[in-house]
Design a protein around this ligand. Sequence first.
Ligand SMILES: [Zn+2]
Length: 280
Amino acid sequence: MPELPEVETLRHDLDKEVGGRRVKVVEVRAARIVRRHRNRKDFAVRLVGHKLGPASRLGTLLLLGLDAEDRAALVVDLGAGGRLLKERSAAPVDRHTDAVLTFTVGGDLRALDLGEAGELFVAGEPELDELAEERRGAVDPLADALTWQAFNAKLESRQEGLRALLTDPSFAAGIGPVYADEVLWGSELRWDRPSGSLAAQEVRRLHRAIQEVMQEAVRLRGTSVGDNPWLDLRGNKGEYEPHLNAYQREGQPCRRCRTPLVRERAERGETTYYCPKCQS
Ligand SMILES: [Zn+2]
């Protein structure tokens, strides 16, 4: 499942490998993924003939600028398990493929497994402003120069368990099950600590852990775990897995205190992994 470090890895690679390429053909294989448009053709005509520009990010949304007069962008929402793949045009098309953008030179960009939540659309400037406005309240762990004082005020304004808060997209962008557990382990805090109960020192630890964990995960190009692991633009796995300190490590010794980690049912039926001794 792509969380923020995986999305940022894709953004970086898209910028390098897709930026500057001109779209020749757009094939939408699943109509639901372009549901903001009247139909598939309406989506395609916004792209064909245009060069994809620099890649940016709005929280977990990926934006590829277009060389169009209205400063529009192709927006990619990967949903729960979507992928983007840069392929040779001659490569066989996987049956999970939802859309294929073929460039005039240099292969295809393919979107796979967007599921029910994922989508592609071309947005003009007003719509992009609206999308930015909707996300203004959420912390971007990679982009914000967020002071711990401001972070503290945000925490105190909410009264929730820390894990529920961290994974709430209206609080922070792109912290899912993997990085929530890692951030909490890094800050020595339990998943169910009420957000308003933290001492100043604990807020500082949490604030620091969010940035450190997310930045390190970007440096190592994300986490690929499980049967259907996340893959980057070239189909390669991320390298963060050996650095996981909590996620899916139940029964293994805590790397700080050697106590076996436990797994527990957390909010919304999700599973959390933590150290019952040094996280409090
Ligand atoms: Zn421990």
